[in-house]
Ligand binder design. Sequence first.
Ligand SMILES: [Cu+2]
Length: 114
Amino acid sequence: MKRTASIFIPLALLLLTALPAAADDKPVIVPMDGKAVTESHQGIGKINSVDVKAGKINLSHGPIASLGWMGMTMDFDVQDKVLLANLKKGQKVAFTLIEVRKGKYVISEITVVK
Ligand SMILES: [Cu+2]
């Protein structure tokens, strides 16, 4: 009796956990249109100015192939002003851009490189 029960309890638990999991599979599927995935782009640049209050940084950046951008000097908004806390004019940086709305790219990550 004891032996039988010890086999059936794990089996019953397996069934109980497996069934709801199978039912939940559908909503978890990642849509194929890619909207659930945030595409990001990598760039390298040199800092011309930093405005922590405004959350802006001016960079002279190299080409960003994944966006079809040539190298240029421009202002970027940052996703979080905290990203600018320790950055200074003249530093070389590696940064990541994400598209927050159509055609609007902001810096989501930025680190000083040597
Ligand atoms: Cu640019």
